[in-house]
Write a protein that binds this ligand. Structure first.
Ligand code: MG
Ligand code: MG
Length: 258
């Protein structure tokens, strides 16, 4: 699959999808409370999709690594689940750590973003894990400029994880974003500086660091989708879709608050 670059006009056309994804994640953050069922949160996101006239990237998604189609519009990964969590009949409990990963297309352009939110009384170590993951995303976005390469993004993520004493798993990472959710190039969550595809204006990518507390090993849940830590330790995952420009990258999925 060829790597496609977008014109400034096309990047402007991608903004509404990014804004909408940010709105849905903000609504989910506000709704994620003790006693709220993951299926209710999926329904909330689904209703927002219908109202907006957007199209879910997940509901019919059937990739090689999952037991498709996904059938839901939202990934909800709780505690030791970290990626691709399939919403199920579960009420959030005090002290849970939940990530929401959400992607839709609006007017034919995709945006993809994720947040991780403590529920009720946050554990200090969870707050720190989320902060580290966010710091890795920020560091990766900061190097996403012409003159740098995909390896520089990966290294920025890996360095933040290692500096926090975490092990870095590179089995799942970021990706090109456009008319479909997953395009080239792959954006690994670790890398060698100065190596890989050169970043250039018009490249639109999702960057999505995720870390686990005490392992880099993952296992697949029997549901065929949800990816968990092998040792039961908790995970965090954050993601933004960004457009590389001549100057600062544009964070298409930036949220008004949180
Ligand atoms: Mg995502
Ligand atoms: Mg993604």
């Amino acid at each position: 699959m060829a790597i496609e670059l977008r014109t400034p006009a096309q990047i402007d056309e991608m903004r509404p999808a990014g804004v909408f994804v940010g709105e849905v994640l903000t609504a989910l953050r506000e709704a994620a409370d003790v006693g709220v069922n993951l299926l209710e949160l999926n329904d909330l996101a689904h209703e927002m999709i219908r109202t907006r006239g957007a199209e879910s990237c997940y509901i019919d998604y059937a990739p090689s690594f999952g037991r498709g189609p996904f059938g839901k519009v939202l990934c909800t990964s709780v505690n030791d689940a970290v990626l691709h969590g399939l919403p199920h009949d579960y009420k959030l409990a005090d002290g849970d750590l939940v990530s929401f990963d959400f992607a839709v297309s609006v007017d034919g352009w995709v945006a993809d973003s994720a947040i991780t939110v403590p529920v009720g009384t946050a554990r200090p170590e969870d707050v720190k894990l989320v902060e580290t993951t966010q710091k890795a995303l920020d560091a990766a976005i900061a190097v996403a400029r012409p003159g740098k390469k995909v390896g520089d993004i990966g290294r920025a993520i890996g360095d933040v994880g290692r500096a926090a004493g975490l092990q870095v798993n590179t089995q799942f990472g970021g990706h090109g974003v456009g008319r479909t959710m997953h395009g080239e190039p792959h954006i690994p969550n670790d890398g060698r500086p100065g190596r890989g595809y050169p970043l250039q204006p018009g490249l639109v990518i999702a960057i999505e660091p995720w870390f686990l507390h005490t392992t880099d090993e993952i296992v697949m849940d029997p549901d065929g989708w949800t990816i968990r830590s092998a040792d039961g330790s908790r995970g965090a995952h954050v993601e933004h879709t960004i457009a590389i420009t001549d100057g600062d990258p544009i964070v298409l999925t930036a949220r008004a608050a949180g």
